[in-house]
Design a protein around this ligand. Structure first.
Ligand code: COI
Length: 354
């Protein structure tokens, strides 16, 4: 069992921080001075290394390059108004990471490596946390298979890493979303619930087609009937219909169990909304748009936070919204932001201080 003192720490002699502007910094393009790296070999996790951010030297036969055993997480750390460093619900991501690992036949990462690694790394690079509205330090834990062999079988060796990226907003503006009918993201029994790299690679082509038509993202439909809404790939989706919040349920295992999704559901229920986690057909969405009961549509995600959807297009039917009149989605964001920056009490125990 690894404990805190077992971390090997080498600090950089050349910080890049002074040369990096943290203001309006694009998502995922800049990385902090250090990273965490730990290998799984001979059935056990080796001593974790925290070291200067640097390239990996990898053999071309590495299993992950060929069969895609790769999973990841997305977490955010914030600086409160009184300068404390807090991470938003990291245990939920830790638990989801190990669910993804199980589905992808990868080893479980022990809590002391994931959580203490996170804590130590962020503590070292805490000056990289932007202290600006809609900014955060994005934390990317990931694991890859590292056997050097091209036979199709679970790897014996794995590498777990954490890298950190200061970031501004992922979606800066209200979004235009295209309802995708031809291609699917996930099937029941598949890996849709896992944060597996392949889920993200597989959607790039249809997303690029939608981008060419001027859309920001697609809304995935169920793979069997192409009738029920699922998620957007980078975020879960919510519909406010009358006084009811409807969001696709988790039981089929075809959508990601978002941490921001769960938090939004808690806040919405505290705001007095009825919550329905269930199948929602695109026909029902259109009917509620036509009869005027569809009030707001928004996405939730760690990177996306709360993303307003100003247009949803199904075939050639466009549902357009004046998001400037919306109250609920902006209120959720404001409440979450206040908890994250320490201006509202953390009554749910969501913030993890380091
Ligand atoms: C996240 O929200 O953290 C994600 O992983 C979505 C996307 C950036 C890949």
């Amino acid at each position: 069992m690894v404990v805190t003192t077992d971390f090997n720490i080498t600090l950089t002699k050349h910080s890049k921080l002074a040369d990096t502007s943290l203001q309006n910094i694009p998502f995922g393009k800049f990385f902090t001075d250090h990273m965490l790296e730990v290998d799984f070999e001979n059935g056990e996790w080796q001593t974790p290394q925290i070291k200067p951010y640097q390239p990996l030297q990898l053999n071309p036969s590495l299993a992950v390059f060929h069969y895609g055993q790769a999973i990841f997480e997305g977490i955010k750390a914030y600086k409160t108004i009184d300068g404390k460093v807090q991470i938003f619900r990291p245990y939920d991501n830790f638990n989801r990471f190990n669910l993804s690992a199980e589905r992808m036949q990868m080893p479980q990462v022990p809590e002391e490596i994931f959580m203490q690694g996170l804590g130590q790394l962020i503590n070292i690079d805490k000056d990289w946390i932007p202290n600006l509205e809609n900014h955060a330090l994005y934390i990317r834990p990931f694991m890859i298979s590292t056997d050097e062999a091209v036979g199709v079988r679970p790897s014996d060796k794995y590498k777990f890493m954490i890298i950190l990226s200061p970031t501004g907003p992922y979606y800066a503006n209200p979004m235009r979303i295209y309802v995708e009918e031809k291609y699917v993201r996930a099937v029941p029994g598949g890996i849709g619930f896992a944060k597996a790299a392949g889920n993200y690679g597989a959607v790039l082509y249809p997303s690029a087609q939608a981008n060419k038509m001027g859309f920001d993202q697609v809304l995935w439909m169920d793979a069997i009937e192409h009738k029920y809404v699922q998620e957007c790939g980078t975020m879960n989706i919510f519909f406010i219909i009358g006084n009811t919040v409807v969001t696709p349920g988790l039981e089929e295992g075809t959508i990601l169990e978002g941490v921001t999704r769960a938090s939004a559901l808690t806040i919405l229920s505290e705001m007095g909304f009825e919550i329905e986690e269930r199948s929602l057909s695109i026909d029902e969405v259109i009917a509620s748009y036509k009869d005027g009961t569809l009030k707001e549509i928004f996405g939730t995600g760690t990177a996306a936070t709360i993303a307003l959807i100003k247009e949803l297009t199904y075939r050639d039917y466009e549902m357009k919204f004046d998001v400037t009149s919306w109250i609920t989605a902006p209120a959720i964001k404001q409440k979450m932001d206040a908890i994250k920056n320490g201006t509202a009490p953390d009554t749910h125990g969501w913030m993890y201080s380091i």
